[in-house]
Design a protein around this ligand. Structure first.
Ligand code: F6R
Length: 260
C-alpha cells in the first residue's frame, strides 16, 4: 500500500482528484467506482472544476456506486442514487446511462446484487475504486465480520454506522437499517483502489486498516492484500499511524516518474 499523508483535508481532495484525472487521461473510457458520504466530496468538486475548465474530458467515463440504502425511495435526497446524481453525474456531466447504483428498492435483493455484479463484469471491471472508510473500518457498507469473499448483497448496518450517518437525515430513526453493498471481493477486483480519509474520527480505523492485522473485524484491512492500493489521509486521520514519519519521508522522496 502507498500511504500519503497530507497537511489538510482540502489537499487530500486535490491530490486524489489529480490521481483519478490521470487514470481517465490514460484511459478515456475508464470505469470508476464511486463512494458516497463526506470523504470523497472534495474529489468530485475538483474533478467537476477540471471538466468545467476543459482540462479533463470525462464524456466516455462510466461508473458504479459502492452501495445503496434499502427501504428509502430513489427520490429521497439521501438515497445514494440521488447523492450520486447530485454530487457526481450532474456536476461532471457524466452520461446518466453510464452511472449505476445498486437497486436498493428491488423486491428480490439477492437477484439485484447478482445483476449488479454482472453489470460490473460486462463493463470490463472497475479501473479505479474510490473508497471512504467508516469509523469502524467498513468499506462500502461491509461492516465488521463481513466476508473477504463477499459480493454485492444485503447487509445490516451497525448502530455505529447508523448514528454516524444520522447527520444526513432528519432524525436517527430515519437512517435505514439495511443496504445493498458491493462485497469486499467485489471491491478487491477493482484494478486500483484509492481510499481517502479526513479528520480525527477516522484515525483509529486508518491505523487498524493500514498497520493492524488483516481481519474481518476491520474490513478495510483487506486492502493490504491489494496490489495497487493508495491511502490518502490528512494529518488528523494519520494521527495514530505508527510509521507516519516513514510515510511522510517516502512521499517527500517519491521519484518524479512516480508522481501522481
Ligand atoms: C459510502 C460508503 C461508506 C463511506 C464511509 C465513510 O458509499 O461506502 O463506506 O465511505 O461510511 O463515510 P463518510 O465519508 O461520510 O465519513
Amino acid at each position: 500500500m502507498e500511504i500519503v499523508i497530507l497537511p489538510s483535508a482540502a489537499e487530500v481532495g486535490v491530490l486524489a482528484a489529480r490521481k483519478i484525472a490521470r487514470v481517465v487521461r490514460d484511459k478515456p473510457d475508464a470505469v470508476l467506482g464511486l463512494a458516497t458520504g463526506s470523504s470523497p466530496l472534495a474529489i468530485y468538486a475538483a474533478l467537476a472544476e477540471q471538466t468545467r475548465d476543459g482540462s479533463l474530458d470525462v464524456s466516455r467515463v462510466s461508473a458504479f456506486a459502492l452501495d445503496e440504502y434499502v427501504g428509502i425511495p430513489a427520490e429521497h435526497p439521501e438515497s445514494y442514487a440521488a447523492v450520486i446524481a447530485r454530487e457526481v453525474t450532474g456536476p461532471l456531466h457524466l452520461d446518466p446511462a453510464g452511472v449505476q447504483v445498486p437497486d436498493g428498492r428491488a423486491v428480490d435483493l439477492e437477484a439485484a446484487g447478482e445483476r449488479y455484479e454482472e453489470a460490473i463484469r460486462a463493463a470490463g471491471g472497475v479501473d479505479l475504486q474510490i473508497l471512504g472508510i467508516g469509523a469502524n473500518g467498513h468499506v462500502g457498507f461491509n461492516e465488521p465480520t463481513s466476508s473477504f469473499a463477499s459480493r454485492t448483497r444485503i447487509k445490516t448496518l451497525t448502530e455505529r454506522t447508523r448514528s454516524d450517518n444520522a447527520r444526513f437525515f432528519d432524525s436517527a430513526d430515519d437512517v435505514p437499517t439495511h443496504c445493498l453493498t458491493q462485497g469486499l471481493g467485489t471491491i478487491m477486483d477493482a484494478r486500483e483502489l484509492l481510499l481517502v480519509a479526513q479528520g480525527p474520527a477516522k484515525a483509529a480505523a486508518v491505523a487498524a486498516a493500514v498497520e493492524g492485522p488483516v481481519t474481518s473485524m476491520c474490513p478495510a484491512s483487506i486492502l493490504q492484500h491489494h496490489r495497487r492500493a493508495t491511502i490518502m489521509v490528512d494529518e488528523d486521520a494519520a494521527a495514530r499511524l505508527t510509521l507516519g514519519d516513514y510515510y511522510r519521508w517516502t512521499y517527500a522522496h517519491k521519484p518524479s516518474w512516480q508522481q501522481f
